[in-house]
Design a protein. Sequence first.
Length: 150
Amino acid sequence: MESSISSILENYPQNDRGSLIPILQNAQKEEGYISPEVINKISTHLRISGSQIFGVASFYSLFRFNPPGRNSIKICLGTACHVQGGYFLLHTLQSELGIFPGETTKDRKFDLERVACLGCCAIAPVILVNNDIHSRISVIKLKEVLDKYE
Ligand code: FES
């Protein structure tokens, strides 16, 4: 990780704050997330505090601060899914996995994210695991779905 962020930083002049977003994009492309070590390195290179970098990066939903899991769960909390019990499913997922949205399980089996609409409201409530849509999810079905993934 150290070497990849160092080689990314070599492409950008020191103290150039305008380079922050492209540096973050490249770092995430390499590592899959923005680690505290990466933030420290960028901080030294651009002379911006770590909290400023975190503030900018957390404004954009494309940046993540935890390593991705082997499987990514997106739970839909758009209107159609919400009225069909989306928040109940979210709480079940949180207690089953022991994580909140934006986090990754300790064994890195799953990461969890909440989204506004997955574009298939007619089959709500839905969750997306990797590229698989699971429709009309119930709590029982949710546990069966989780068991399918390694
Ligand atoms: S609101 Fe969930 S798919 Fe549209």
